[in-house]
Design a binder for this molecule. Structure first.
Ligand code: 8YV
Length: 301
């Protein structure tokens, strides 16, 4: 462990778990605001690092993301300045996929609403919907989308997916999201955020999902036109939604909180003891490798 004055300066740009902060504090001098000596930045998958911040960090060498998302990093600007970027792929895939399936089942079987009912002393519950035998569409078939597909397949009468290109998988490729929504009873979003997917689930896509349709989002809130979703849910133009992510986290619209056909989670996809331990270790391994002059463990590119 370097002596306190020799510890490199590190800037934390989002909320990070306390155990990660403690481990970083053993190796680095931590900062919450930019200063010229900063050599490393750490943040979650929602971390924003753009030109305005980079201009204040002339000594920056590495951005180590605690997560797989990097849609709010200006990768071109980082590359132009020779700043290295790492994420934590692989170690959260299964947990995020589990969360997608948990939300899918919870919405269809009214798990959250019924839990609240019983806690209020109630017993007479409205019927749910059968969760098996559904047409399940997955938008985005990267590592996480693929892991969701493996879990969803036993529930599906047909499993469909959208991706940039067709993949060597036994599921039906539907390139365009509106057509995917049309052919699905459950639409699960598993694609990265960013300009390409910004509000790609709009009123028209929700219309195609239809009155029996359920939307599950474990990706990014930015993929969904949240106002259009609220309107579609309120008017019964889609049946329900399971949402782990929102347009302006941590804000969740009151309208969504009031709907019992919706299951809400505070961005918990990767939030397991095991997943977060592995994510933390990977962030530290990447930073240790960088500052020891060794190859990065999981460089973004
Ligand atoms: C985390 C995420 O909740 O991986 C991502 O991109 O959004 C989540 O796994 C977040 O990064 C926690 O720091």
């Amino acid at each position: 462990m370097p002596s306190p004055d020799l510890r490199p300066d590190l800037l934390i740009v989002t909320n990070i778990p306390a155990p990660l902060r403690m481990a970083l504090a053993e190796r680095f001098t931590l900062h919450e605001a930019p200063m010229p000596g900063i050599r490393a930045v750490v943040g979650g998958g929602m971390a924003k690092v753009g030109r305005a911040l980079l201009d204040q960090l002339p000594a920056l060498e590495i951005v180590a993301i605690h997560g797989v998302g990097h849609d709010r990093l200006d990768l071109a600007a980082l590359e132009a300045r020779g700043v290295r970027v790492t994420t934590t792929p692989g170690v959260l895939t299964e947990d995020v996929a589990d969360q997608a399936i948990a939300l899918m089942l919870a919405v269809q079987r009214r798990i959250a609403a019924n839990d609240a009912l019983v806690r209020r002393g109630g017993w007479a519950a409205p019927l749910g919907r059968r969760a098996s035998g559904r047409r399940i569409g997955i938008f985005g078939l990267g590592q996480i989308g693929h892991a969701i597909a493996l879990r969803a397949a036993p529930f599906a009468s047909e499993l469909l997916y959208s991706a940039r290109t067709e993949k060597p998988v036994p599921w039906t490729f539907v390139p365009e999201i509106a057509a995917l929504a049309d052919a699905s009873d459950v639409l699960i979003l598993a694609a990265p955020g960013g300009a390409e997917t910004d509000r790609i689930v709009d009123a028209a896509v929700l219309e195609r999902l239809g009155t029996d349709g359920v939307l599950i989002n474990i990706a990014r809130g930015s993929l969904v036109d949240q106002d259009a979703l609220i309107a579609a849910l309120a008017e019964g133009r889609v049946a329900g939604a399971g949402l782990d992510v929102f347009a302006e986290e941590p804000q969740v619209p009151e309208a969504l909180k009031a709907m019992d056909q919706v299951v809400l989670a505070p961005h918990q996809g990767s939030a397991t003891e095991e997943g977060r331990t592995a994510m933390r270790e990977l962030v530290l391994a990447n930073l240790d490798a960088h500052f020891a002059g060794r190859p990065l463990v999981t460089p973004l590119r």
